[in-house]
Design a protein around this ligand. Structure first.
Ligand code: SAM
Length: 233
């Protein structure tokens, strides 16, 4: 399967294993991961997508609308889906208390000083139970045919494994998380040494193990983000 599907599958497998109830996807763009998570719900009760670009959200958000089959199939309790226009560098009260935050191919679109705010906002302020961050592994780039410069013209940086891991370990020290590194897209033979095409860090908040939120408190109104779409199944 193509690399982006492997990244989504990685998140789906994580959700299947750890069964978070409240999941928020930053940089959700065309909502493709959200759509898959809606299908492979595994007990998710609240699914939120955030992107800074409202145009892509507005274009594709109808793909999250309920299908007749969603009402016919027995479901595991109500599911709320919300889409917001907003930036992961801003503090938004209604993003706190989540079990899992996913950032698939997002951080490399931020300026390095924005990555600092990102770390503070996601790990310090939102403080979810777990965070999955994926980003290109620059060491893999020589294997990509015809590539000069970055993989996408909007990328502000592409990190080596060491650069990614240095950032991740610092985040863990500052905000009380542990991280494990993995990835998707492997090279063959002696090229294996360059690591995965996409590197992934899976962060787990320390001291509380897997202890997902139980509260079904009323959702706060957003105060910084803009709500673009909401559906309750
Ligand atoms: N996660 C999606 C996927 O894997 O298919 C799309 C990733 S796309 C390469 C990066 C997305 O991040 C874009 O849709 C962009 O608008 C969004 N983005 C960039 N800066 C952002 C920010 N500060 N806050 C939220 N989203 C942002």
């Amino acid at each position: 399967p193509p690399l982006y599907m492997q990244r989504y599958q990685f998140v789906i497998d994580y959700v299947q294993t750890y069964r978070p109830r409240k999941v928020i996807d930053f940089g959700c763009a065309e909502c493709r991961l959200l759509k898959k998570l809606k299908f492979h719900r595994n007990g998710i009760q609240l699914l939120v997508g955030v992107d800074i670009n409202s145009v892509v959200l507005l274009k594709r958000m109808h793909t999250l609308a309920p299908l007749v089959s969603d009402y016919l199939q027995p479901s595991d309790g109500p599911l709320t889906i919300e889409l917001y226009q907003g930036s992961v560098t801003e503090r938004e009260p209604c993003t706190r208390g989540f079990d899992l935050v996913t950032c698939v191919e997002l951080i490399e679109h931020l300026e390095l000083e924005e990555v600092e705010s990102f770390s503070e906002v996601v790990f310090g302020y939102m403080a979810p139970g777990a965070v999955i961050v994926s980003t290109p592994n620059a060491e893999f780039n020589p294997l990509l045919p015809g590539l000069r410069g970055f993989r996408d013209c909007d990328h502000k940086f592409e990190w080596t494994r060491d650069e990614f891991q240095t950032w991740a370990h610092r985040v863990c020290r500052e905000y009380g998380y542990s991280v494990q590194f993995t990835g998707v897209g492997e090279a063959l033979g002696h090229w294996r040494d360059v690591g995965f095409c996409t590197q992934i860090g899976v962060f787990q908040r320390n001291f509380d193990g897997i202890n997902w939120s139980m509260s079904n408190a009323e959702r706060l109104e957003p105060s910084v983000y803009k709500l673009l779409y909401k559906v309750v199944y």
